[in-house]
Design a protein around this ligand. Structure first.
Ligand code: DGY
Length: 323
Protein backbone atom coordinates (compact mmCIF):
# COMPACT_ATOMS: atom_id res chain seq x y z
CA UNK A 1 0.00 0.00 0.00
CA UNK A 2 1.38 3.43 -0.86
CA UNK A 3 2.23 5.59 2.10
CA UNK A 4 0.79 9.06 2.71
CA UNK A 5 2.96 11.86 1.35
CA UNK A 6 3.53 14.56 3.91
CA UNK A 7 5.47 17.82 4.03
CA UNK A 8 6.61 19.40 7.30
CA UNK A 9 7.54 23.05 6.87
CA UNK A 10 10.14 23.36 9.67
CA UNK A 11 12.24 20.93 11.69
CA UNK A 12 10.19 19.37 14.51
CA UNK A 13 11.51 17.20 17.36
CA UNK A 14 12.91 14.00 15.88
CA UNK A 15 10.95 11.63 18.10
CA UNK A 16 7.71 13.21 16.89
CA UNK A 17 8.86 13.17 13.30
CA UNK A 18 9.72 9.47 13.68
CA UNK A 19 6.09 8.75 14.60
CA UNK A 20 4.95 10.44 11.39
CA UNK A 21 7.64 8.64 9.37
CA UNK A 22 6.38 5.30 10.70
CA UNK A 23 3.20 5.84 8.68
CA UNK A 24 4.11 8.36 6.00
CA UNK A 25 6.67 9.34 3.41
CA UNK A 26 7.99 12.56 4.92
CA UNK A 27 9.62 15.54 3.26
CA UNK A 28 10.72 18.21 5.72
CA UNK A 29 12.34 21.62 5.31
CA UNK A 30 15.48 20.85 7.33
CA UNK A 31 16.84 24.25 8.17
CA UNK A 32 15.51 27.29 9.92
CA UNK A 33 16.43 29.38 6.86
CA UNK A 34 13.70 30.94 4.75
CA UNK A 35 11.41 28.31 3.30
CA UNK A 36 10.87 28.51 -0.47
CA UNK A 37 7.19 28.88 -1.41
CA UNK A 38 5.39 25.71 -0.36
CA UNK A 39 3.28 26.07 -3.51
CA UNK A 40 6.11 24.20 -5.23
CA UNK A 41 5.78 21.21 -2.91
CA UNK A 42 2.10 20.93 -2.20
CA UNK A 43 0.72 19.24 -5.34
CA UNK A 44 1.67 15.59 -4.56
CA UNK A 45 0.77 15.81 -0.86
CA UNK A 46 -1.77 13.95 1.25
CA UNK A 47 -0.88 15.92 4.35
CA UNK A 48 0.79 19.19 5.33
CA UNK A 49 2.15 20.11 8.74
CA UNK A 50 2.72 23.88 8.90
CA UNK A 51 5.02 25.17 11.62
CA UNK A 52 5.78 28.81 10.97
CA UNK A 53 2.73 30.57 9.54
CA UNK A 54 3.27 29.63 5.88
CA UNK A 55 0.39 30.89 3.76
CA UNK A 56 -1.87 28.17 2.41
CA UNK A 57 -4.06 29.76 -0.26
CA UNK A 58 -7.06 28.44 -2.24
CA UNK A 59 -4.85 28.41 -5.36
CA UNK A 60 -2.31 26.18 -3.63
CA UNK A 61 -5.04 23.87 -2.35
CA UNK A 62 -6.42 23.58 -5.87
CA UNK A 63 -3.09 22.14 -7.06
CA UNK A 64 -3.17 19.31 -4.48
CA UNK A 65 -5.96 16.88 -5.40
CA UNK A 66 -5.02 14.32 -2.72
CA UNK A 67 -4.69 16.71 0.18
CA UNK A 68 -6.64 15.34 3.15
CA UNK A 69 -5.23 17.09 6.20
CA UNK A 70 -3.52 20.32 7.18
CA UNK A 71 -2.10 20.31 10.66
CA UNK A 72 -1.09 23.68 12.07
CA UNK A 73 1.52 23.54 14.81
CA UNK A 74 0.20 26.58 16.65
CA UNK A 75 -3.12 27.81 17.92
CA UNK A 76 -3.65 30.58 15.33
CA UNK A 77 -4.57 29.37 11.85
CA UNK A 78 -5.11 32.70 10.08
CA UNK A 79 -2.52 31.71 7.46
CA UNK A 80 -4.59 28.77 6.25
CA UNK A 81 -7.59 29.42 4.01
CA UNK A 82 -10.06 27.37 6.05
CA UNK A 83 -12.99 28.10 3.73
CA UNK A 84 -11.13 26.57 0.78
CA UNK A 85 -10.37 23.53 2.97
CA UNK A 86 -14.05 23.25 3.91
CA UNK A 87 -15.06 23.27 0.24
CA UNK A 88 -12.57 20.52 -0.52
CA UNK A 89 -13.30 18.43 2.60
CA UNK A 90 -9.77 18.84 3.96
CA UNK A 91 -9.40 18.42 7.73
CA UNK A 92 -7.62 21.25 9.57
CA UNK A 93 -6.17 20.92 13.05
CA UNK A 94 -4.29 23.19 15.47
CA UNK A 95 -2.79 23.05 18.96
CA UNK A 96 -4.89 25.05 21.41
CA UNK A 97 -4.60 25.04 25.21
CA UNK A 98 -1.04 23.77 25.71
CA UNK A 99 0.51 27.12 24.86
CA UNK A 100 -1.78 29.41 26.86
CA UNK A 101 0.29 29.51 30.05
CA UNK A 102 3.55 29.80 28.12
CA UNK A 103 2.22 32.67 26.03
CA UNK A 104 0.83 34.34 29.15
CA UNK A 105 4.29 34.05 30.78
CA UNK A 106 5.79 35.77 27.73
CA UNK A 107 3.14 38.49 27.91
CA UNK A 108 4.18 39.24 31.48
CA UNK A 109 7.86 39.05 30.50
CA UNK A 110 7.32 41.71 27.81
CA UNK A 111 5.16 43.83 30.08
CA UNK A 112 7.67 43.70 32.92
CA UNK A 113 10.63 44.28 30.61
CA UNK A 114 9.02 47.40 29.18
CA UNK A 115 7.86 48.68 32.58
CA UNK A 116 11.19 48.12 34.32
CA UNK A 117 13.63 49.05 31.54
CA UNK A 118 15.24 45.63 31.30
CA UNK A 119 16.54 46.15 27.75
CA UNK A 120 18.12 49.59 28.44
CA UNK A 121 19.61 48.11 31.64
CA UNK A 122 21.17 45.26 29.68
CA UNK A 123 22.49 47.73 27.10
CA UNK A 124 23.86 50.01 29.81
CA UNK A 125 25.79 47.31 31.67
CA UNK A 126 26.64 44.64 29.14
CA UNK A 127 26.59 46.29 25.72
CA UNK A 128 27.90 49.82 26.18
CA UNK A 129 29.64 49.05 29.51
CA UNK A 130 28.62 52.39 31.01
CA UNK A 131 28.03 51.17 34.58
CA UNK A 132 30.93 52.88 36.33
CA UNK A 133 29.28 53.65 39.69
CA UNK A 134 25.92 53.08 41.34
CA UNK A 135 23.61 55.83 40.13
CA UNK A 136 20.24 55.70 41.88
CA UNK A 137 18.75 58.16 39.43
CA UNK A 138 18.88 56.16 36.23
CA UNK A 139 16.36 53.94 34.45
CA UNK A 140 13.39 54.55 36.68
CA UNK A 141 10.53 52.45 35.48
CA UNK A 142 6.87 52.35 36.32
CA UNK A 143 5.02 50.16 38.82
CA UNK A 144 3.28 47.07 37.55
CA UNK A 145 1.72 46.05 40.87
CA UNK A 146 -1.52 47.84 41.71
CA UNK A 147 -1.71 49.30 38.20
CA UNK A 148 -4.56 48.68 35.74
CA UNK A 149 -4.25 46.10 32.99
CA UNK A 150 -6.58 46.04 29.99
CA UNK A 151 -6.85 42.69 28.23
CA UNK A 152 -8.17 42.86 24.67
CA UNK A 153 -9.40 39.42 23.62
CA UNK A 154 -10.17 37.33 26.68
CA UNK A 155 -9.79 33.77 25.46
CA UNK A 156 -7.61 31.06 26.98
CA UNK A 157 -4.45 33.18 26.80
CA UNK A 158 -6.17 36.33 28.06
CA UNK A 159 -7.56 34.32 30.98
CA UNK A 160 -4.06 33.04 31.83
CA UNK A 161 -2.70 36.62 31.68
CA UNK A 162 -5.50 37.81 33.98
CA UNK A 163 -4.55 35.16 36.56
CA UNK A 164 -0.96 36.36 36.54
CA UNK A 165 -1.98 40.00 36.68
CA UNK A 166 -4.22 39.40 39.69
CA UNK A 167 -1.21 37.89 41.48
CA UNK A 168 0.49 41.26 40.90
CA UNK A 169 -2.52 42.96 42.56
CA UNK A 170 -3.43 44.59 39.27
CA UNK A 171 -6.94 45.78 38.50
CA UNK A 172 -7.91 43.87 35.37
CA UNK A 173 -10.31 45.17 32.71
CA UNK A 174 -11.19 43.07 29.69
CA UNK A 175 -12.85 43.51 26.34
CA UNK A 176 -14.25 40.59 24.38
CA UNK A 177 -17.15 39.98 22.02
CA UNK A 178 -18.96 37.76 24.51
CA UNK A 179 -18.89 38.70 28.15
CA UNK A 180 -17.60 36.00 30.55
CA UNK A 181 -19.40 36.55 33.84
CA UNK A 182 -17.97 33.26 35.17
CA UNK A 183 -14.45 34.64 34.71
CA UNK A 184 -15.49 37.92 36.34
CA UNK A 185 -16.56 35.88 39.39
CA UNK A 186 -13.46 33.68 39.30
CA UNK A 187 -10.82 36.36 38.79
CA UNK A 188 -12.47 39.65 39.74
CA UNK A 189 -11.93 41.04 36.23
CA UNK A 190 -14.19 43.80 34.88
CA UNK A 191 -15.94 43.83 31.51
CA UNK A 192 -15.68 47.19 29.67
CA UNK A 193 -15.88 48.60 26.16
CA UNK A 194 -12.69 48.81 24.12
CA UNK A 195 -12.74 52.61 24.43
CA UNK A 196 -13.08 52.47 28.22
CA UNK A 197 -10.34 49.88 28.43
CA UNK A 198 -7.92 51.97 26.38
CA UNK A 199 -8.66 55.12 28.39
CA UNK A 200 -8.33 53.51 31.82
CA UNK A 201 -5.41 51.08 31.44
CA UNK A 202 -1.76 51.52 32.36
CA UNK A 203 -0.93 48.42 30.34
CA UNK A 204 -2.89 47.03 27.40
CA UNK A 205 -2.24 43.50 26.18
CA UNK A 206 -3.63 42.08 22.92
CA UNK A 207 -4.77 38.47 22.54
CA UNK A 208 -7.31 38.49 19.70
CA UNK A 209 -7.11 36.16 16.69
CA UNK A 210 -6.35 37.84 13.37
CA UNK A 211 -9.55 38.31 11.37
CA UNK A 212 -10.90 41.03 9.10
CA UNK A 213 -12.49 42.59 12.16
CA UNK A 214 -9.28 42.66 14.21
CA UNK A 215 -6.95 43.85 11.45
CA UNK A 216 -5.63 47.25 12.61
CA UNK A 217 -7.96 47.07 15.60
CA UNK A 218 -5.41 49.32 17.29
CA UNK A 219 -4.67 52.32 15.09
CA UNK A 220 -4.29 56.08 15.42
CA UNK A 221 -7.74 56.64 17.01
CA UNK A 222 -7.31 53.87 19.58
CA UNK A 223 -3.74 54.87 20.48
CA UNK A 224 -4.96 58.43 20.99
CA UNK A 225 -7.35 57.16 23.67
CA UNK A 226 -4.57 55.59 25.72
CA UNK A 227 -2.79 57.27 28.63
CA UNK A 228 0.48 59.00 27.77
CA UNK A 229 2.10 56.78 30.42
CA UNK A 230 0.62 53.56 29.03
CA UNK A 231 2.48 50.57 27.59
CA UNK A 232 1.05 48.40 24.79
CA UNK A 233 1.92 44.71 24.53
CA UNK A 234 1.05 42.82 21.35
CA UNK A 235 1.45 39.07 21.50
CA UNK A 236 -1.47 38.29 19.17
CA UNK A 237 -0.68 38.94 15.50
CA UNK A 238 1.26 41.84 13.97
CA UNK A 239 -1.54 43.21 11.76
CA UNK A 240 -3.78 43.72 14.80
CA UNK A 241 -1.78 46.94 15.29
CA UNK A 242 -1.20 49.59 12.65
CA UNK A 243 2.59 49.80 12.94
CA UNK A 244 2.90 53.26 11.39
CA UNK A 245 0.34 54.62 13.85
CA UNK A 246 2.22 52.85 16.65
CA UNK A 247 5.48 54.39 15.51
CA UNK A 248 3.95 57.88 15.54
CA UNK A 249 2.32 57.35 18.94
CA UNK A 250 5.63 56.19 20.46
CA UNK A 251 7.64 58.94 18.80
CA UNK A 252 5.24 61.72 19.76
CA UNK A 253 4.83 60.50 23.35
CA UNK A 254 1.18 59.62 22.82
CA UNK A 255 1.96 56.41 24.70
CA UNK A 256 5.06 55.65 26.77
CA UNK A 257 6.15 52.33 25.35
CA UNK A 258 5.37 49.12 23.57
CA UNK A 259 6.58 45.55 23.63
CA UNK A 260 5.60 43.36 20.72
CA UNK A 261 6.20 39.71 19.98
CA UNK A 262 4.62 39.91 16.54
CA UNK A 263 5.03 42.38 13.69
CA UNK A 264 3.62 43.31 10.30
CA UNK A 265 5.23 41.89 8.24
CA UNK A 266 7.21 39.13 9.95
CA UNK A 267 10.10 39.52 10.14
CA UNK A 268 9.81 43.29 10.33
CA UNK A 269 11.69 45.11 7.55
CA UNK A 270 15.12 46.17 8.74
CA UNK A 271 14.44 49.76 7.68
CA UNK A 272 11.08 49.96 9.45
CA UNK A 273 10.86 53.22 11.44
CA UNK A 274 9.81 51.31 14.59
CA UNK A 275 13.34 49.91 14.79
CA UNK A 276 14.74 53.41 15.26
CA UNK A 277 12.86 53.97 18.55
CA UNK A 278 14.18 53.09 21.98
CA UNK A 279 10.78 52.86 23.70
CA UNK A 280 9.76 49.68 21.91
CA UNK A 281 10.89 46.10 22.48
CA UNK A 282 10.48 43.72 19.55
CA UNK A 283 10.77 39.96 20.04
CA UNK A 284 10.85 37.51 17.12
CA UNK A 285 7.50 35.75 17.75
CA UNK A 286 8.49 33.79 20.86
CA UNK A 287 5.08 33.50 22.58
CA UNK A 288 4.97 29.71 22.79
CA UNK A 289 8.69 29.10 22.35
CA UNK A 290 9.69 26.90 25.27
CA UNK A 291 11.11 23.40 25.11
CA UNK A 292 8.19 21.87 26.99
CA UNK A 293 5.45 23.66 25.09
CA UNK A 294 6.92 23.09 21.65
CA UNK A 295 7.12 19.35 22.46
CA UNK A 296 3.45 19.31 23.40
CA UNK A 297 2.51 21.31 20.30
CA UNK A 298 4.48 18.95 18.06
CA UNK A 299 2.76 15.94 19.63
CA UNK A 300 -0.69 17.43 19.07
CA UNK A 301 0.18 18.46 15.51
CA UNK A 302 1.37 14.91 14.78
CA UNK A 303 -1.82 13.42 16.25
CA UNK A 304 -3.99 15.76 14.18
CA UNK A 305 -2.06 15.02 11.01
CA UNK A 306 -2.23 11.23 11.34
CA UNK A 307 -5.92 11.30 12.28
CA UNK A 308 -6.76 13.57 9.33
CA UNK A 309 -4.85 11.39 6.88
CA UNK A 310 -6.77 8.31 8.03
CA UNK A 311 -10.13 10.10 7.89
CA UNK A 312 -10.48 9.89 11.66
CA UNK A 313 -11.74 12.62 13.97
CA UNK A 314 -9.00 15.14 14.71
CA UNK A 315 -8.29 15.31 18.45
CA UNK A 316 -7.79 19.09 18.17
CA UNK A 317 -9.75 20.04 15.10
CA UNK A 318 -10.59 23.38 13.56
CA UNK A 319 -12.43 21.74 10.70
CA UNK A 320 -13.45 18.07 10.60
CA UNK A 321 -15.24 17.43 7.34
CA UNK A 322 -16.23 13.85 8.14
CA UNK A 323 -17.65 14.43 11.59
C1 DGY B 1 0.41 30.34 17.61
O1 DGY B 1 0.30 29.30 18.25
O2 DGY B 1 -0.50 30.78 16.92
C2 DGY B 1 1.69 31.06 17.71
O3 DGY B 1 1.67 32.27 17.07
C3 DGY B 1 2.84 30.21 17.25
O4 DGY B 1 2.61 29.80 15.97
Amino acid sequence: MSRFKVFITRPIPKEIRAKIEAECEVDMWHTSAILPPIAERISPLDGLLTYGHELVTPEMIATAPNLKAISVMGVGYDHVHVEACRERGIAVGHTPGVLSDTTADMTMALLLAAARNIVPAYNHVQVSKQWKYYDPNILWGTDVHHSTLGIVGMGRIGHAVAKRARAFDMRVLYYKRERREDWEQELGVEYVTLENLLEASDFVTLHVPLTEETTHLIGKTELALMKKTAILVNIARGPVVDHYALHDALKDGQIAGAAVDVTEPEPINTDHPLLSLDNVIIAPHLGSATIQTRMKMATMAMENLLAGLKGEQLPYGVLQPNF
